[in-house]
Design a protein around this ligand. Sequence first.
Ligand code: FMN
Length: 245
Amino acid sequence: MNSTIENMLQHVSVRDFKDQPITPQQKNDLIAAAQHGSTTEFVQAFSIIEITDPKLRSKLADITISSPHVKKADTFYVFVADLHRQANILRANHESLDSVKNMEALLLSTIDTTISAQNMAVAAESMGLGICYIGSLRNNIAQVAELLKLPDFTIPLFGMTVGVPKSKNQLKPRMSPANQVSINSYDESQFNNLSEYDQTVRNYYINRKTNPANTSWTEKNLAIFKEVHRADVADFLKKQGFSLK
Ligand SMILES: Cc1cc2nc3c(=O)[nH]c(=O)nc-3n(C[C@H](O)[C@H](O)[C@H](O)COP(=O)(O)O)c2cc1C
């Protein structure tokens, strides 16, 4: 196994950072890595906003479930799915906006944005930095868009904290490949045979040092998915110009 993969297999989300800045060179490298991922048809449908204003950071942090570490991390980026450039090109050419409004465009821009973020995450971890995605920005997606002055055809998908780790959680055990990988077709019996994994996850939660709990992966997912979350997101997307069709 090479060192890139070894680093990837050591990934944990970091939520406890040292009071130590990351260097301008490191930031440049992170942005370069984020910009050099694959991108659908070369459209590069994302933007990255670094939040340096402490008041703005604080307002954004208060929207999330992760306020303390969003405030404490040295660097905080917001990843924006962005088809505004394409909309401007269409407008300048008096063309219909239908192609940036539809579900396919929405998927494309969220995919491109997520690829760029994960490139940044891998780059950060290769430098010994820690990261945490902050999807809970979407707790109030409309307010985030307002605070960041986002134009139409943009979506603040998630934030990412980056900093020097002070402490790290234990690795969270992933599913066996048998639960997630198959050949030629979806393997219902393998993919949903989760009893062994449930036990592994239960052991992990019972034994972990911070916030121990007696719960399995299935129980966790039931707790998450038995409620509908962020039902306002669809209205926000429509407000941004997407048709959701
Ligand atoms: C899109 C996305 C959004 C996330 N949002 C948050 C968040 O708002 N706050 C947080 O503390 N962790 C957040 N996480 C981190 C996940 O909880 C974490 O990746 C998961 O529990 C697995 O743990 P690990 O990353 O340590 O392996 C997010 C992860 C992703 C991919």
